[in-house]
Each structure stands twice: as structure tokens, then as C-alpha cells.
Design a protein around this ligand. Structure first.
Ligand code: MTE
Ligand code: MO
Length: 366
């Protein structure tokens, strides 16, 4: 992992989250636009960042869902130049860790969970260029029999609690793979950096970050369901409110909101403040945001600063003159076009995934 400076990130071991107070400069002006600069984008690694030579790298496709399989036994390979010759597309998409917001299970709901204690910075929006995975699959001889695809990373095996789970890999249903998944080789107009998956990674819009496999080296295409620990043991919901054997493998992200403000920020009492924030959803564009400055008793509409769009977050602002000094808790609550909104409490799950409840943001008015 490249050094991730503390002025921009909150470090969590091999992971680092973008600090929400760095979205604004000291003068209050926007420091980050619709897309997060690569050097400020959160990093989430199960192990460590591999350095891969783009000139010798290739992507191997194989499996019973390709023409000629299984007897052909002839995997199809694409080098980076081969990929660049296929029609390219540019998309905007958020990548967000399924564990983003996890620390609030403990901090806000008194429910400690293991895992990286993200606040809300395990998310970022970027512009991605690459080839649609559908295009690559078709070029490799996709048949109508394909059910699942399994992209596998070239990073070191994931070892935890004495178990070697093998390389990071997670099956994706063929319907999603053919819908809007990108095999990306550029981020914000530059070749991918090692930390974000160079030379190529998947970008799976709206879905939990683990679907967007970095440093992808192979893709199995199968005419039967595929499994890996990442869709059986991890990234599923376990807990009293879920089926005894666990819920389905996680797919889309939930609605969330964050203030572009430090926790514990100090604000002058007798001035009007323009508070800024962003809200997003893995399902649809965010079309309404409300803010409460009195602990959630009353809510007022925030002003949307973006045309709501499904491929990114909606930026918003809220003018507030506190009046009286003292401790306050700010809250933001968003609703997407499908009517999904943020509840008071998130349903507990053992791994602390998908914390979508309204987050209390403490500030001190002086
Ligand atoms: N791909 C591989 N090969 N190995 C990993 O550890 N982490 C996943 C995903 N892709 C991971 C991976 C997780 S959990 C997330 S949230 C995203 O990458 C993070 O992407 P980023 O580091 O570019 O922000
Ligand atoms: Mo993640």
C-alpha cells in the first residue's frame, strides 16, 4: 500500500478510509468534487497490494459456460493491449465497502462487532474506463448456459484464524455480469494504481465493494452455481434476525448520508453555517435529504446540489444558525427514488455489514 497520509485518511491496518472533513478546505470551499481523487480514495485490502507487471499480465477466462468447454480445455487469454482493443466505455460509479459505517453498531447501538471499524469513509466515487465485462465474456465465447462468473484476484491468499481461504474471489450471477459490470483499467482518466487494482479490476455498480475484485487474473464462467468463502462464509448476514443458516450473499448497498465535517467540529453560535454533505444508495438516485439539528426531533429538507443520479452520490447543503452554545448532534437522512430510506436503527448482524441507520454527528457550538 502506498503511504496514505493521515491528513487525508483514517488508517485501519491494511485499510484506510477517506476523512469526511477533507471534502472541504479550511475556507469551507469544496476540496473534492463528484469524483474522489485517486490519492484520496479509500483502500480496502484483505492482504496486501501486489505489484503486477502490466506487460506480462493477462486475464484468463475458462469454464463450462464458454464455447468448446469443458473438453476444449483451452482457456482464452487477453493481455492489456487486447483489452484496450475492445470497445471501451467510461462510467461513474461508487465503490463502497460492505462494512462502511460498521463502527456505529458498537458506537451508536451498543452492539460490538469484529472487523475494520469504519466510520463513513469506506466509500468513494470515481470515473472508470474499461471494457464491459459482457464484451469480454462474449469475446471469450460465452454460451447461454452460463450461470455464474468467478473473478479471482492475484493478491496473496487470505489467511485468517489459521485458515487459508485462498485468493480473494467472489462469484457474480451472470445477469449482473452482463448488465453493467466494467472491467476497468483506468480510474479518473489515469491507468489504475496498484492499490486500486492495477492493471485491471472489476467495477460492480451499486454492489458491496467485495464484488469489485481488484488485480483480477482469471474469470471462471460456469454453467452451474459457483462458491467461494466470499459468498458462503463472508458477506452474508448472520444473526438473530436472519435465517439460521444466514441470509443470501449480499448484493446492493443501502442508503447512507455523511456530513463533510469533522466529528466534534466547533461552530460559532451566532453565525449562519452552510453545512454540506452527501447521500448515496446502491439501488437508485437519492432524491430527498432531511437534516435534524435537535437530536432527531424535527427535520428540515436539505437543498440538493446535484441532479439526483443513480451512478453517484447526491451532494446537498443545509443552512443552520445554532443560536445557543452547547453540544449538538446533527443528523442527515436520505431517501432514494425507490423509497428506500435510513432507519433509526440498523438491524444487527454478526459481521456488522450494511450499517444504513441515521448517524449522529456530534458538534460543539461555541
Ligand atoms: N479484490 C481483491 N483481489 N482483494 C481484496 O482484498 N477487497 C475488496 C474489493 N476488491 C479486495 C478486492 C473490498 S472488500 C473492497 S471494499 C474494494 O475492493 C475496495 O476497493 P478500493 O481499495 O479500490 O477502494
Ligand atoms: Mo469491502
Amino acid at each position: 500500500v502506498k503511504p496514505l497520509p493521515a491528513e487525508w485518511f483514517v488508517p485501519h491496518g491494511t485499510n484506510a478510509e477517506t476523512r469526511w472533513d477533507t471534502f472541504r478546505g479550511a475556507d469551507g470551499a469544496a476540496a473534492i468534487g463528484r469524483h474522489v481523487p485517486v490519492e484520496r480514495f479509500f483502500v480496502r485490502n484483505h492482504t496486501s497490494t501486489p505489484l503486477i507487471d502490466p506487460d506480462t499480465w493477462s486475464l484468463r477466462l475458462f469454464g463450462s459456460g464458454l464455447r468448446g468447454a469443458p473438453t476444449a480445455g483451452r482457456p482464452v487469454e487477453f493481455g492489456l493491449d487486447d483489452l484496450r482493443e475492445l470497445p471501451s466505455t467510461r462510467i461513474s460509479a461508487l465503490i463502497e465497502c460492505a462494512g462502511n459505517g460498521r463502527s456505529y453498531y458498537s458506537g451508536q447501538q451498543g452492539q460490538p462487532v469484529p472487523g475494520t471499524p469504519w466510520t463513513l469513509g469506506g466509500v468513494g466515487s470515481a470515473s472508470w474506463r474499461g471494457v464491459r465485462l459482457a464484451e469480454v465474456l462474449r469475446a471469450a465465447g460465452l454460451t447461454g448456459a452460463a450461470v455464474d462468473v468467478l473473478p479471482t484476484g492475484l493478491d496473496p491468499d487470505f489467511v485468517a484464524g489459521g485458515t487459508n481461504y485462498g485468493p480473494v474471489r467472489r462469484p457474480l450471477p451472470i445477469a449482473k455480469a452482463l448488465d453493467d459490470v466494467l472491467l476497468a483499467y483506468e480510474m479518473n482518466g489515469e491507468p489504475l494504481t496498484p492499490d486500486h487494482g492495477a492493471p485491471a479490476r472489476l467495477v460492480v455498480p451499486g454492489w458491496v465493494g467485495i464484488a469489485s475484485i481488484k488485480w483480477v487474473g482469471s474469470v471462471e464462467v460456469a454453467d452451474h452455481p459457483l462458491y467461494s468463502p466470499w459468498n458462503t462464509d463472508f458477506y452474508r448476514m448472520f444473526g438473530p434476525d436472519y435465517p439460521p443458516g444466514g441470509g443470501d450473499p449480499l448484493t446492493v448497498q443501502v442508503v447512507k448520508s455523511a456530513f463533510e465535517l469533522a466529528a466534534g467540529a466547533r461552530l460559532a453560535a451566532d453565525r449562519e453555517h452552510r453545512l454540506h454533505g452527501r447521500s448515496w444508495s446502491g439501488v437508485a438516485a437519492v432524491r430527498r435529504v432531511e437534516v435534524s439539528t435537535d437530536g432527531g426531533r424535527t427535520w428540515r429538507r436539505a437543498e440538493l446540489r446535484d441532479e439526483p443520479r443513480a451512478d453517484g452520490w447526491t451532494r446537498w447543503s443545509f443552512d443552520w444558525r445554532p443560536g445557543r452554545p452547547g453540544p449538538y448532534e446533527l443528523r442527515a437522512r436520505a431517501t432514494d427514488r425507490r423509497g428506500n430510506t435510513q432507519p433509526e436503527r440498523a438491524l444487527f448482524n454478526r459481521e456488522g455489514y450494511l450499517f444504513g441507520a441515521v448517524v449522529a454527528h456530534p458538534v460543539t457550538v461555541v
